[in-house]
Design a protein around this ligand. Structure first.
Ligand SMILES: Nc1ncnc2c1ncn2[C@@H]1O[C@H](COP(=O)(O)OP(=O)(O)OP(=O)(O)O)[C@@H](O)[C@H]1O
Length: 562
């Protein structure tokens, strides 16, 4: 409800107009019972056709006006949610893009998906008809007053029925809300399993994992079905009560009303009119409760979204230097992941002059990729500092820093867009000539020539169906578009064929010649020969630093020397 008022009173004039329109919508609804009462008591009583025509004409005008006011109100209620819905959508997407990678990694993917779907839940709850249903609630009094004016006893019965509807709805809402939350948690777990089964479809077949999967599946689906059936019976209990109350109200109205008619305190026409009015009054209170229930679900979705949006973010501000030379300094850098018994590495102290080729070396799991991600500014050290030209990476504007870095991750992922859109992410203004040059350097031309639309071919499923070598080449090209003074290549030749490896050597050589600082994680002996400096992460917990060449040297030159 708080969110509804927030949305509604963002524009006070609009809120006032909606209330005025709602007043007329409800007032005009009174026309039909009045018509019934008048027809029954006047026309049937006196048989004068003029009365019938006048009443019918008036009724038709009221109907048309009622429809017009309803349409106007619906349009205005839709406006109430337009901007907040759009803002929520973009805030969620913005959070997804800006939350620190280390924080995002701790949220299960299935939960992130649920959070991303949250704005749709909120949107459905705040649709125009639900907003109108809540605003209609005060006008319940209008109908109650009309009934009470005709018969206080029947007014009291209607009031009691409406109170019972709201109380029953409230009780049902409290019980179903807790169950809804349980169901959501269970669904998130189940979606995680589904996701891993889809991602690992090949593994499931190759390792006969179907029975393993089916055990987990059966347990999860069993819990889900149990929760769903409890929820359905809870909801149908609530629905049953509401329907029962509706029927009970009709019975009571006619039973008490009939007695009043017989005793001469009420006319038949008034009884039928009251019946219409009380049905409308009860419908207002029922719709109100249904909409409030949806809004409570939206509140839960909003709570999840808010928790997500409160996760630590990359700073939007920060320093953007005029020029970055490529000089890096590591001061007492240490990192440990939550749940691990000790640091992955610590006390990393090192100065990397511009143009140095730094090789990162270590066994599987030694922390090579972690170090590469630290330098790329994707994660932050637990202790110490990484300085770029003397400025801590944490103080740099992340957007600016990413443009200084040509980063090629070990497992490159693409976004669903075209190849071109993926390549120009860091520099959407890059000209065609440069793009073609980058494509040539990454040895992508041959592959692109096999496609009908070249760079404009769409990427689907994040590029997972593409051969690893092509994904790597695309990732290299994407990195090169940045044209920074620091290149971080994580296992650049892993999975590449001879031509691909050759293209990587050439790229590394030319970058080294241009004086770009190279940070390379690789076991490829041809690249290893080119290292000017080595960080050995096998030495635990303090990495060993080895200076292989005093001066920066390209891999190609080193290969020639050996
Ligand atoms: N986000 C994370 N959360 C928790 N632990 C992590 C995270 N990222 C990496 N690790 C752990 O840190 C250790 C080092 O991982 P990293 O990927 O840096 O190793 P690596 O040397 O690159 O390995 P490889 O040679 O297999 O590529 C591993 O034990 C890994 O499980």
């Amino acid at each position: 409800m708080h969110e509804l008022f927030r949305r509604l009173f963002r524009s006070k004039p609009l809120a006032a107009q909606i209330f005025v329109a709602s007043f007329f919508v409800n007032l005009l609804f009174l026309a039909s019972p009045i018509f019934v009462i008048q027809i029954l008591s006047r026309y049937i009583g006196y048989g004068f056709d003029g009365t019938l025509y006048t009443l019918t004409g008036g009724m038709l005008i009221a109907l048309v006006l009622g429809m017009a006011f309803t349409a106007i109100r619906t349009r205005m209620c839709a406006v109430v949610s337009e901007e907040p819905d759009q803002k929520l959508q973009s805030a969620v997407l913005d959070s997804l893009a800006r939350i620190k990678a280390s924080a995002l990694e701790r949220v299960p993917q299935a939960r992130v998906q649920e959070i991303m779907a949250g704005p749709h839940v909120v949107q459905s709850a705040y649709e125009a008809n639900h907003i109108a249903a809540v605003i209609d609630m005060p006008f319940f009094l209008l109908f109650l007053l009309a009934i009470t004016a005709l018969s206080p006893w029947l007014g009291l019965i209607t009031l009691l029925a409406a109170i019972a509807t709201v109380v029953a709805g409230r009780m049902s809402m409290t019980r179903t809300r807790a169950m809804d939350n349980l169901l959501r948690e269970e669904l998130i777990r189940h979606r995680g399993t589904v996701h891993s089964a889809i991602q690992g479809a090949e593994t499931v077949r190759a390792f006969h994992a179907a029975s393993f999967l089916s055990r987990i599946w059966t347990e999860q689906v069993g819990r889900l079905m149990d929760l769903k059936s409890r929820l359905v019976s809870e909801k149908s209990w609530g629905l049953g009560i509401v329907q029962g109350l509706g029927a009970l109200l009709r019975v009571m109205i006619y039973a008490v009303g009939a007695k009043l008619v017989v005793s001469g305190d009420l006319t038949v026409g008034a009884l039928i009119g009251i019946s219409i009015l009380s049905a409308k009054a009860l419908q207002i209170s029922t719709s109100f409760m249904q909409s409030v229930q949806l809004m409570a679900q939206a509140d839960d979705a909003m709570r999840m979204i808010r928790e997500f949006m409160n996760l630590p973010r990359e700073s939007p501000g920060g320093t953007a230097m005029k020029r970055f030379s490529g000089r890096l300094e590591f001061k007492d850098v240490a990192i440990a992941f939550p749940g691990s018994t000790g640091p992955l590495f610590e006390s990393l102290n090192l100065v990397v002059e511009p143009g140095t080729v730094v090789g990162v070396f270590g066994a599987n799991g030694a922390g090579k990729t972690t170090l590469a991600r630290l330098v790329a500014g994707l994660i932050e050290p637990g202790r110490g500092q990484i300085l770029a030209d003397g400025v801590d990476l944490r103080q740099l504007a992340s957007e600016w820093w990413r443009k200084q870095v040509m980063y090629m991750p070990q497992e490159p992922a693409l976004l669903n867009g075209t190849y071109r859109e993926n390549l120009i992410l860091l520099d959407p203004e890059v000209d065609e000539a440069r793009l073609n040059e980058v494509v040539r350097r990454a040895d992508l031309r041959r592959f692109l020539d096999t496609t009908a639309t070249g760079l404009d071919t769409p990427v689907t499923e994040g590029g997972r169906s593409l051969p690893l070598g092509i994904r790597k080449r695309l990732a290299i090209a994407r990195a090169l578009v940045a044209q920074g003074r620091l290149a971080i290549f994580d296992e650049p030749t892993e999975g590449l064929d001879a031509e691909g490896c050759e293209a990587v050597f050439q790229i590394l050589n030319s970058l080294a010649r241009e004086g770009v600082t190279l940070f390379i994680v690789s076991r490829d002996p041809n690249i290893v020969k080119g290292y000017g400096m080595v960080i050995d992460l096998n030495s635990k917990p303090v990495p060993k630093i080895g200076v292989v060449q005093k001066k920066p040297v390209a891999p190609e030159q080193a290969a020639a020397k050996s």
